[in-house]
Design a protein around this ligand. Structure first.
Ligand code: GLY
Length: 346
């Protein structure tokens, strides 16, 4: 079992990583929350797997429990879906002293987090992430939100969770594709901050509890220093400028992890070619991506659509984009580029 204390300005909380913690969530939440009612947000797939286990442990700890079950997939991360969720909370008489519990992947976590940020001007949210991607990234750090037709995550709020409970045993029920999606994000952490994690992944040494803990600890360091994403936190976007654009240009048809994998490889090939990254770095990265059956190329003929998506990207500040480039494996830096210069990286 491991535990990480996160201390950003927006509120401290603990991340607990432990096999089986999902089935003991009721007692864990009781230790940190005086809520009478817990409003659980999940999706149909996750509900079928873990809904009853969670209901039992929460009810067993004395909480009144409501479930709000979303359709699986990114489409549930919309303003309409948020409105339905907020109405359901109001109908269930959720009060300011109650709490939301997000059970699931990034979609459930982001929309539940956003609902808890705005419902009655903010109530507590406990994250119980069930995908690898959510366990090492989206459940930690307080970014919440929904997509708009104009782009991903365009409406949202920073709202730190009250606790994050991570049960690595639930990863056994993930499909191979979903697992690989999370591995792309793990490769990202290794690339930007941890050469020894990169080497362990290359050796295929997948001690999941340790790897999840190490990723969450990297994210802790970053969000403690830059909770609101105005500086250092941008390094978490390594591969994401191209990745998000690729995702958007495919109308969200390509998963986040696969898009980011291709984005990391492409940007590193380009930065190496431009003399901005140590030689040989892209080859090492591509070898690791291949090992986990992740894409390492952006599909040909998409440059126009990708540039269009980049122009719309919310990270474009006054015509500048902050690209994250590797110095070498395990170390990165922020490189601001104008939109014209961006074309050199495609
Ligand atoms: N997923 C990137 C961040 O939390 O900043």
């Amino acid at each position: 079992m491991s535990s990480i204390k996160v201390n950003p300005p927006g509120g401290s909380y603990e991340i607990k990583i432990e096999e089986g913690i999902l089935s003991r969530a009721g007692q864990e939440i009781k230790k940190i929350s005086g809520a009478g009612k817990l409003f659980v947000v999940t999706d149909e797939n996750v509900y079928a797997l873990y809904g009853e286990t969670l209901r039992k442990t929460l009810a067993g700890a004395g909480f009144a429990v409501n479930f709000h079950v979303l359709k699986p997939g990114e489409r549930s991360k919309s303003m309409r879906s948020l409105e339905r969720l907020l109405s359901a909370m109001a109908k269930a008489d959720v009060t300011r002293t109650d709490a939301v519990v997000a059970l699931g992947g990034g979609v459930a976590g982001d929309i539940a987090g956003f609902a808890s940020a705005v419902y009655m001007r903010g109530i507590a949210c406990i994250q119980i992430p069930t995908t690898l991607l959510a366990q090492i990234d989206s459940s930690v750090g307080g970014k919440t939100g929904v997509d708009l037709p104009e782009g991903k995550n365009l409406a949202g709020a920073f709202h730190q969770p009250k606790a994050v409970l991570i049960d690595p045993s639930v990863l056994k029920t993930l499909g191979g594709r979903e697992f690989r999606d999370g591995m792309a994000e793990m490769v990202k952490y290794a690339c930007i901050a941890d050469k020894s994690m990169f080497d362990a992944l290359m050796e295929g040494d997948l001690q999941m509890e340790k790897l999840i803990t190490d990723c969450c600890d990297i994210k802790r360091r970053i969000v403690e220093e830059d909770e609101r994403d105005t500086g250092l936190r941008m390094v978490l976007n390594f591969g994401h400028t191209l990745g998000h654009a690729l995702e958007a240009s495919a109308k969200y048809g390509r998963t986040h992890g696969r898009s980011v994998a291709a984005g990391m490889a492409h940007i590193t090939n380009s930065s190496e070619r431009l003399g901005l990254t140590e030689k040989g770095t892209a080859a090492q990265l591509i070898r690791l991506l291949k090992k986990y059956s992740l894409p390492f190329k952006i599909p040909g003929g998409r440059e126009q659509a990708i540039m269009e998506a980049i122009r719309k990207d919310k990270k474009q500040l006054s015509g500048k984009l902050n690209l994250v480039l590797l110095k070498q494996i395990g170390s990165c830096y922020i490189y601001p580029v104008g939109i014209q210069e961006m074309e050199k990286f495609l």
